[in-house]
Design a protein around this ligand. Structure first.
Ligand SMILES: C[S@@+](CC[C@H](N)C(=O)[O-])C[C@H]1O[C@@H](n2cnc3c(N)ncnc32)[C@H](O)[C@@H]1O
Length: 278
């Protein structure tokens, strides 16, 4: 069988299964390309006329079954998620990277930043994807990347090493700003948790696969905020920033609903970027 035919077959089976997307692709055709090509270690642009061996089709079959029956996102099956044109290592200790901040970092955060930042914080770093993209966007900057989860930081360490950024990205375990007292940053980026435990239970199985998605032992800061379970995380971040005496420009990104718009903080701008404005 040719690669082209394997792609078509896979697409048909994915489409028939009525899966949920949103972990790197949003339709069966792209999902088939992701699963088949990357599952076989091929580039996204490759010759579709090549013949597939039995060994290769068996591998695709095994991956496809897990995707169809266990509803595991392809990124976790392959331990690979693409963001900003880069392949990040992922496993269930982190969410699959998909932040809109990636595109903004690729634009070097214009028009918000006029000068390249020298000290950057990626708060709630997860896989470290935004820290890596920030370091690449601003080659002169030192980046702190923090997360409350030691497991997530272990994944971030894999990515920092993968992109050879050990000299420029420092990983710090910290509940919000607590381990960063009085540090100064020119820029803070953050894609904080934005789904409450209650809403998580209503999401499709694909979104409940990562261990980060399991209900926390205690409510996340999102749920502890004064605005209640659907309260918005940028307010919590701005409050934490003030409490820790941190000065910065700050860019938060929320995928959910929020009416924050653009809000002045004490020392810089807190900019909320929701998917509606991108
Ligand atoms: C939505 S994920 C974002 C990960 C990554 N920045 C990205 O865009 O893919 C949020 C991360 O915040 C971390 N987190 C949750 N509560 C936190 C807290 N109170 N302080 C620091 N990190 C926290 C979680 O462990 C998780 O890795």
């Amino acid at each position: 069988m040719k690669l082209q035919e394997l792609l078509r077959q896979t697409e048909r089976r994915l489409a028939a299964a009525r899966l949920h997307y949103g972990h790197g692709t949003d339709n069966p055709r792209d999902e088939a390309a992701y699963l088949v090509l990357r599952g076989l270690g091929l580039a996204f642009e490759c010759d579709l006329e090549i013949e597939i061996t039995k060994l290769q089709s068996n591998r695709v079959e095994r991956l496809l079954r897990k995707r169809l029956h266990d509803r595991i996102p392809v990124a976790y099956l392959l331990n690979e998620a693409w963001l900003g044109g880069l392949p990040f290592y992922v496993d269930r200790r982190v969410i699959v990277p998909r932040s809109h901040l990636a595109e903004l970092l690729q634009l070097r955060l214009r028009p918000w930043l006029r000068r390249p930042p020298r000290r950057i914080l990626d708060l709630c770093t997860g896989s470290g994807c935004l820290a890596v993209l920030a370091a690449k966007a601003f080659p002169g900057a030192a980046v702190d990347a923090t997360d409350v989860s030691a497991a997530a930081l272990a994944v971030a360490a894999i990515n920092v090493k993968k992109f050879k950024l050990m000299q420029r990205i420092r990983l710090v375990r910290s509940e919000l700003f607590s381990a960063l007292q009085n540090r100064r940053y020119d820029l803070i980026v953050s894609n904080p948790p934005y789904v409450t435990t209650a809403s998580l239970r209503r999401l499709p199985p694909e979104y409940r696969y990562s261990s980060f998605s399991r209900p926390p032992e205690r409510p996340s800061f999102l749920e502890r905020g004064p605005r209640g379970p659907e309260g918005n995380d940028e307010h919590a971040l701005a409050r934490g920033e003030r409490q820790a005496g941190i000065r910065s420009s700050m860019l938060g990104c929320a995928a959910g609903r929020s009416n924050l718009g653009k809000q002045a903080s004490r020392h810089g701008d807190v900019v909320e970027v929701s998917k509606n404005v991108l």
